[in-house]
Design a protein around this ligand. Structure first.
Ligand code: NDP
Length: 480
């Protein structure tokens, strides 16, 4: 069985304790590889390697670091099919999705920051005749980057690329649930001869390996994407040490549909925003709010389309949905469906596990599920389920839609459908959310700020925001 390795100080190495964790293929429910159960000793080695590499890497010209990032991007491109297959096998997502979205985006993350750092600049302020301030933007040091399982290489590279571009060295931990593409990335870095210690990838469990990393006194900042509870735990450890922190956390996103919208376009996109990647995207809209004038029409058309969505083998081109990422997550989603029914919700379609045949009979599949009849304050409408489960709720007025949209502790993303420009801007301004999509969803421009408000996180990624986060500004005032 394939054993993957840590990548520390430029080398692929086994964990010192020689312990491994089973890695499952969610499509079959079978163990298919082993990943290091790294201990604090491995984390420390990685942090020391990153510390040793820091001065050399930070003192390269921006254009030199940009060249390295471009080489990584080319390395990903040249192994596109292998990476897509690995991502789908590890995560359960359809292969076509990994091939068309996840891996191209990982390649683009490195490419984007290889160009961004070439154009990055800092400010100067003339205060008076003979007095000038200029701001240096210096790399912070050793960056700890921790990412989740839903978009494994996509989110891993979204942190690593700007951290490296800005001149930091990195110790990164992917989710233990989906480690394979991070491992292949380390192979790529080894192949291209990235200087030793610049990027280190340590595999293992969150509560041990991850915890050792964020608790290390030798790291200088933490960039974390994952659940809100984990983010709160990390903040408790990191904040008292006054280290920089960026936390990209969970969501319970509203999809607000007014009766004057372009119905067909909205319907098509809403299917995606509800169920793409089995609903396991932090930006999926899990609360669908529909204005009463089109509520019944929407319900009938949406449920009909959802019933037609094929849940199947992720390797099949016609599988619209693949497997749920892990058995614990599969059980969590099924528990939430039961809770929704206890709370009085009516399952309009789905609501159950799907059992495929043959080698997929033990895989973790759930039918896309639509539930109505729940009030906004119930657990189903307040807590993040992070699976193929959406609720639908009617509303009458703009004010009511706004109150419903804002009535959770989260504030990551929202989608608004209307052909009234004024209403679109009013709502866009007032919905409490870091990201708003109007008449579209998941149209990403890598230059824009990305992140959430309230329990959805602290800080922003993307574009200059990330380069600002991964650098420390130092102001120099000179009188001449
Ligand atoms: P978790 O919070 O469980 O894990 C995220 C990462 O943190 C994993 O690598 C995990 O390791 C690690 N981790 C867990 N505990 C610790 C710890 N004590 N110290 C350090 N690291 C730790 O989230 P999931 O992986 O379950 O991801 C799903 C969540 O991510 C959802 O809430 C989703 O909304 C959110 N998310 C947010 C996004 C955003 O941009 N705002 C984007 C995508 C997802 P391991 O897996 O090995 O336990």
């Amino acid at each position: 069985m394939k054993k993957i390795a840590n990548y520390i100080n430029g080398k692929l190495v086994a964990p010192q304790n020689e312990k491994y964790i089973d890695n499952y293929n969610p499509a079959t429910g079978k163990i298919y590889s082993l990943i290091p159960d790294s201990s604090e000793a491995d984390v420390n080695d990685a942090v020391v390697a990153a510390r040793d590499a820091f001065v050399g890497w930070a003192s390269l010209r921006n254009t030199e670091r940009a060249d390295w990032l471009e080489k990584i991007s080319h390395g990903i491109e040249s192994r596109m099919n292998e990476l897509a297959l690995a991502e789908s096998t590890d995560n359960g997502k359809p292969l076509w999705l990994a091939r068309s979205v996840d891996i191209p985006r990982a390649k683009d993350n490195f490419k984007f920051y290889s160009t961004a750092i070439r154009h990055f600049s800092s400010e100067s302020h003339q205060t008076a005749e003979g007095v000038i301030n200029y701001t240096l933007r210096k790399p912070v040091g050793v960056a700890a980057c921790i990412s989740p399982w839903n978009l494994p290489l996509y989110l891993f590279s979204w942190k690593i690329a700007p951290a490296l571009a800005a001149g930091n060295t990195v110790v990164a931990k992917p989710s233990e649930v989906t480690p394979m593409t991070a491992y292949l990335l380390s192979e790529i870095c080894e192949e291209i001869g990235l200087p030793a210690g610049v990027l280190n990838i340590v595999h293992g469990l969150g509560h041990s390996t991850g915890n050792a990393l964020i608790s290390s006194d030798e790291i200088d900042l933490v960039s974390f994407t994952g659940g809100t509870a984990t983010g709160a735990h990390i903040a408790k450890i990191v904040a008292p040490k006054f280290k920089k922190m960026s936390l990209e956390l969970g969501g319970k996103n509203p999809n607000i549909i007014f009766d004057d919208c372009d119905f067909d376009k909205m319907l098509k996109t809403t299917l995606n925003s509800s169920f793409a990647n089995q609903g396991q995207i932090c930006l999926c809209g899990s609360r669908i709010l529909v204005q009463r004038g089109i509520y019944e029409k929407f319900k009938e058309a949406f449920v009909r389309k959802v019933k037609d969505m094929k849940v199947g083998d992720p390797m099949q081109e016609d599988s619209r949905q693949g497997a749920i990422v892990s058995q614990p997550h599969y059980e969590k989603i099924l528990d939430y469906i039961a809770i929704a029914q206890e709370e009085g919700g009516k399952v309009l379609t789905g609501g159950k596990a799907i059992h495929l045949e043959g080698e997929h009979k033990d895989g973790w599949y759930i039918a896309p599920t639509v539930i109505e009849g729940l009030d906004q304050q119930c657990r189903t409408n307040q807590e993040e389920i992070f699976g193929p489960v959406v609720t639908i709720q009617p509303f009458d007025t703009e004010e009511e839609a706004l109150a419903l949209a804002n009535s959770t502790g989260y504030g990551l993303a929202a989608t608004i459908w209307t052909s009234d420009l004024h209403k679109a801007h009013r709502m866009g301004n007032k919905v409490e959310s870091g990201i708003i999509w109007i008449n579209c969803w998941l149209l990403r421009d890598l230059r824009t700020p990305f992140g959430g408000v309230k329990n959805s996180g602290v800080g922003r990624e993307g574009g200059w925001e990330a380069l600002h986060f991964f650098t420390e500004p130092k102001n120099v005032c000179i009188a001449y």
